[in-house]
Design a protein around this ligand. Structure first.
Ligand code: SF4
Ligand code: SF4
Length: 99
């Protein structure tokens, strides 16, 4: 029985790309102000999308959580995280775009 029912749909708000550098793992992405050096804010896209690191890939990151939750729960949690990031963005609390 396949439990993987939900599909994660990214609406390309770009908020997760403006919230990097808080962990050792994504420090290398930080352009110095919390925004990813590979994020193009005008186009709202990742300029290395096809080659983006695992930490940016919702599907691949599931392997880190699969013992703790189902795929559907993981997708729901990810949507919640996206929403929280959008709220922080509205409050001006995410990284500032320089370009
Ligand atoms: S915060 Fe979520 S919806 Fe927005 S770009 Fe990132 S993954 Fe996509
Ligand atoms: S590498 Fe791409 S997907 Fe990952 S944070 Fe940077 S701009 Fe976003």
């Amino acid at each position: 029985m396949n439990e993987n029912k939900k599909k994660f749909i990214c609406i390309r708000c770009g908020c997760c790309c403006k919230a990097v550098g808080h962990t050792e793992e994504d420090k290398f992405l930080d352009n110095g102000n919390g925004v990813c050096k590979y994020y193009n804010d005008q186009k709202r896209e990742c300029i290395i999308y096809d080659f983006r690191p695992e930490i940016c890939r919702v599907d691949k990151m599931y392997k880190r959580f699969k013992d703790k939750m189902t795929w559907d729960e993981y997708v729901d949690l990810t949507y919640e995280s996206c929403e929280k990031l959008r709220q922080l963005d509205k409050e001006g609390k995410l990284g500032k775009i320089i370009n």
